[in-house]
Write a protein that binds this ligand. Sequence first.
Ligand code: GLY
Length: 346
Amino acid sequence: MQTILYTNNIIGDVRAIIERERPDRVVLLTDETTHRLCLPLVSEALANVPEIVIPATDVNKTLDTLQQVWRGLQDAGCTRHSLFINLGGGMVTDLGGFAAATFKRGIRFVNIPTTLLSMVDAAVGGKTGINFGGLKNEIGAFCDATTVIINTEFLRTLDAENIRSGYAEMLKHSLLGNDEMWRRHVTFNLAEPDLVLLQQMVRESIELKQRVVTEDPHERGIRKALNLGHTVGHAFESFLMHKGTPVLHGYAVAWGLAVELFMSSAQLAFPTDKMRQTVRFVTDHFGRPNVTCDDYEALYALMQHDKKNTAGHINFTLLGAPGDIRLDQHVDKELIFDALDFLREA
Ligand code: GLY
């Protein structure tokens, strides 16, 4: 099982990990943004460590960038006994993790996530990969980082939009957790986040995700719970990207959660007051997606292409209540459209 280290002493901890792992070489991966904003917090522990800097953002999570990283590992003389350190958001930890999983059939790697989204989601749970053939995360492997280092100091340089984007995954985890966890998350002041409180909530969120992925690392059963909000969320994300009005992943997930909670209320008696309170939280902090009812057929077609579907059915993860998880639920098209109406008019 991967070790998650929550730290306020990142320099000391990175040094201790290198000391403990005894690699023959250490190589660092950053992107142009984390090289500038995040590396200064940790560079003291990485003197003389060669760095591979890749272009930032998900559009660069490609085979070309992966080749750049493989070449960088080769140029640094890495062997099977080397250690790779990924410093960045989900794009860096996904692509860097996949580079490490495949280089010489696999070398050890450490993830240091620097965005809220990557702390609570991408860096934990062993999903690595790249986008390919126009599809997100099409090529990849399950491979755990040996250690994930969580230091919320990085959030000080993160903009409000990216804080909100990561928080959507935390809201999802709270819905998978229990009533009390959900209540704290929908009453959190996301407009002016208290970073000390957020740090505790990040830990709680990661611990929930870790429990799920430990039980089902390869997503054959309960890990599908982590898809809550994502069947509809991915449809919003792809649709808005093709329309030329892209949104951050977490915004699409927040809207997906709202739509899927409406469906949960209608189909599984998820308490209506809690559904309304969650939808209000979502529209207050994330607004509403830029879609009209003329777009519903296109959104539905995108849901039908979700790679988690089976035998022509759209498989939703829905809830009977916070913590009452129902996997592989099928929903009539009419109810999906009613739920989209509800979010737009809420
Ligand atoms: N992001 C969902 C998962 O790790 O399964």
